[in-house]
Design a binder for this molecule. Sequence first.
Ligand code: G
Ligand code: G
Ligand code: MN
Ligand code: NA
Length: 251
Amino acid sequence: LRLETWLRRSLEKNEMFLNYQPQVEIDTGRLIGVEALVRWNHPELGLVPPARFIPLAEDSGFISQLGEWVLAQACRQMVLWQEAGLVVPKIAVNLSVRQFERGTIVFTVGDILRRTGLEPHRLQLEVTESLIMNTGDALQYINGLHALGVSLAIDDFGTGYSSLAYLKQMPVQTLKIDRSFIKDIHADANDEAIAIAIIQLGKSMNLAVIAEGVETDEQAAFLLRHGCNQAQGYFYSRPVMPDDLLQRWRP
Ligand code: G
Ligand code: G
Ligand code: MN
Ligand code: NA
């Protein structure tokens, strides 16, 4: 069978699951949120990386269904953690550009929030610069999502191209510095300059800035020194199963 055929059946066969990567306040080590990351456990191929199946899901249109499942599962998990004694302040969920194309994204997100009972302000949606720039009605949808009370983050910030004038109009709360800029932050003067510029941009536009792909103590210290107090990356934790998160962070 073709991978795409398998993919279409993955949800009914319960092969999809979510991992959650902690987002941490650097100076206190406090848990400030998690990012939900989808995983596909294929019966024959084993774990298929999202880099392989997300593009396929996007091309085949399956991403709408998958994206809805991810959103609902992520919101349900927040309620489950809370019932188990861990209040995770917020959950970030990745949205693909294709999920905006049917024009129903605002309704879908609102419906999932109602069904799961998660407070809207605890859901953050991650969009990319290209989604914002290439979707005709992006501003309308983003305003609609904002009106629901969810927050928005720009993922992989700095790798796409976004007009800063456009950014100014968007009700966005968070910039995520792409991990490619963090990787060699000590060795590469350009990466260092870019990271500092994004932190400054965030400050002057009153946006939160979180660094992705933080793998070392030195990277975290650098960020803190330059005014970025939020990070996500292997230095803190890999993406983990819900129970692992509970074990580590429940008070
Ligand atoms: O762990 P990592 O390999 O999870 O993720 C690789 C890529 O897959 C990242 O760019 C991430 O944004 C994307 N991704 C992970 N989960 C989802 C999801 O639920 N929806 C979408 N659209 N992309 C996702
Ligand atoms: O594009 P997005 O930011 O959504 O993708 C998140 C991806 O980054 C996931 O594949 C996740 O597993 C990966 N990731 C998270 N933390 C680290 C890290 O510290 N180092 C590296 N190399 N990858 C990371
Ligand atoms: Mn992301
Ligand atoms: Na990213």
